[in-house]
Design a protein around this ligand. Structure first.
Ligand code: ADE
Length: 236
């Protein structure tokens, strides 16, 4: 697959550098597997004061993000991409809750535009006529959509082919097959009297595989029984 391009529209562009220029996401950009461009929403305002929000029609507390700069920013990015398939995603607490399946689906788009919401809300016309979908990163309210955009970026970039070294490490991780990951140990085998399960030192690989599978299922049943219910629904 060609590289993925991610454009982010935000009023806090400086929040992104420290997160996206570290670790695996940084490496993904260096390896040219993904291009991430951060756009300052204020650059797309048409008024002298670079205002991105206004008072709500009908009255009430707080401010609402105005449609004009957002529509313009998306239009500018779309022009740069030149008509190639693009998905516009709005980060809000009202969106569909992000999970691994959604991250996988979004990681397959060639171009995505992320809009980080703010203030009391965002003009409804952005939802209705600009965004293709809305994503929430969980049932809690943050001060803005910047951290959610970074969470989404992190979750999808690692799924882009060639970003992580080993395919195997993706296969066995948590949520694959709706199971939590089995417990891992490394040296020493005995750390201050806390011992590694005997089976992992046995060299008997089929038995180790079986132990891992069984432990993953037991852990999931104990900690996240809701994941196993999803499994049952799917196979039914
Ligand atoms: N903006 C504020 N809270 C959010 C959340 N939980 N998910 C996505 N965007 C948000």
């Amino acid at each position: 697959m060609d590289k993925m391009r991610i454009d982010v529209i935000t009023i806090f562009p400086e929040m992104f550098g420290p997160v996206l220029n570290e670790s695996i996401v940084k490496r993904a950009q260096e390896k040219k597997k993904v291009v991430i461009k951060i756009h300052n929403l204020r650059d797309h305002t048409l008024d002298r004061h670079r205002k991105v929000d206004d008072r709500p029609f009908g009255g009430g507390a707080g401010m609402v993000m105005a449609p004009q700069p957002i529509f313009r920013a998306v239009e500018v990015v779309k022009k740069e991409i030149r008509g190639k398939g693009v998905r516009v995603i709005l980060l809000t607490p009202r969106g569909k809750k992000l999970d691994q399946k959604t991250a996988k689906r979004i990681s397959k788009y060639k171009n995505i535009i992320l809009i980080s919401g703010h203030y009391e809300g965002i003009d409804e016309r952005v939802r209705l006529h600009l965004a293709d979908e809305e994503i929430s990163i969980g049932d809690y309210v943050l001060t803005g959509g910047e951290l959610p955009a970074m969470v989404l970026i992190d979750s999808i970039v690692r799924l882009v082919p060639g970003v992580l070294g080993e395919k195997k490490s993706l296969k066995s991780e948590s949520f694959e097959g709706n199971l939590l990951e089995y417990p891992q140990y490394t040296r020493p085998a005995n750390f201050k009297g806390m011992k590694v399960p005997e089976i992992l030192l046995s060299g008997n690989h089929p038995a180790i595989e079986e132990w891992r599978k069984k432990t993953a299922v037991r852990l999931t049943r104990h900690i996240r029984p809701d994941l196993l219910k999803i499994n049952r629904k799917r196979s039914a």
